[in-house]
Design a protein around this ligand. Structure first.
Ligand code: SAM
Length: 289
């Protein structure tokens, strides 16, 4: 079988297995010398660039995608997120496209020097996506990133180096490492995409997620709000007056998180923001003066 026969057959197989067909292209682009133009032009000569060994390897990886439902990003070991190339492994959540919007919202709301030259933290950094993008957006800021998973922090460090960004990584639970650094009342901003899925729902997500992504990254406790409560309650101790706070949340959580922020009493300018699908996915606020 030549490359095109293999490719065409698997376009059909992908549809039959409910796997997006663009994942086949991602795999080929990652694992072979072919580029997007090669795939579009479909020149018969292109088959010559693919050795029989490469075809066997593509087939082996693709079988894992189809039958073991392993996310393609774990199989290829990388993902493009904003303009960043990030390494991923089953130790980290695969950063999602909608999470990119957190950086756009920060960029729009935090244009003063106060924010640009301030101290920021990304709580639950995973692959490091948000922390690294923040460092890129605010080259004069100091960025701290925290995670409870040591394995995730190893990947995040690799990603910061790979993307040439300065981020200080800390192991521990939420604000714990920041307390050790005496960062109370010093942060210009806090971003977080915390685990927010109710425990029982974590077991019933797509098999790609339930069986392969780290549950520490997904499971937000009985009602999904354990981490969010901690982030709402403790952040005012660490933010400077006027400091910016933003988190990602699940569809249906906006109203309760808004009321948690209001009841806390130390926040102002509370805003919910929608993702690409029109779902209220983010909530931001400033610490009161
Ligand atoms: C939804 S993932 C987000 C990862 C990354 N920020 C992103 O947006 O792709 C949540 C992250 O929170 C981390 N986490 C879970 N519990 C934590 C805790 N108690 N303290 C710090 N991080 C925690 C997980 O290890 C995971 O990396």
């Amino acid at each position: 079988m030549n490359f095109w026969e293999w490719y065409d057959r698997n376009l059909l197989v992908a549809k039959q297995h409910d796997v997006p067909v663009y994942e086949l292209d991602w795999l080929v682009l990652q694992q072979t010398p072919l580029d997007k133009l090669d795939l579009r032009l479909r020149s018969p000569n292109i088959s010559l660039k693919i050795t029989p060994e490469t075809l066997i390897s593509l087939e082996r990886i693709w079988q894992k995608r189809l039958y073991e439902r392993i996310p393609i990003q774990y199989l290829t070991g990388s993902v493009t997120w904003r303009n960043l190339e990030l390494q991923v492994s089953p130790a980290v959540l695969i950063p999602r496209p909608e999470t990119e919007l957190i950086i756009d919202i920060v960029a729009e709301n935090c244009q003063d020097k106060f924010y640009q030259q301030g101290i920021w933290t990304d709580l639950g950094t995973g692959s490091g996506a948000l922390a690294i993008a923040l460092a890129q957006h605010f080259p004069q800021a100091q960025i701290h990133a925290v995670d409870y998973s040591k394995a995730a922090l190893e990947i995040a460090k690799i990603n910061a180096n790979r993307n040439r960004q300065q981020v200080k990584f800390h192991h521990g639970s939420w604000f714990e490492p920041l307390a050790k650094l005496n960062l109370e009342n010093k942060l210009a901003g806090i971003v977080s995409n915390p685990p927010y899925i109710p425990s029982i729902e974590v077991l019933n997500l797509q098999p790609e997620v339930t069986n392969h992504e780290p549950h520490l990254a997904l499971d937000g406790g009985t009602d999904g709000l354990d981490a969010i409560r901690e982030l709402v309650n403790t952040a005012p101790e660490y933010l400077i007056a006027g400091g910016f706070w933003i988190i990602e949340m699940m569809s249906g959580q906006a109203e309760i998180v808004r009321s948690l922020l209001q009841t806390n009493g130390r926040y102002t300018n509370i805003q919910t923001l929608k993702d690409y699908a029109g779902i209220e996915r983010f909530i931001s606020a400033n610490k009161k003066h």
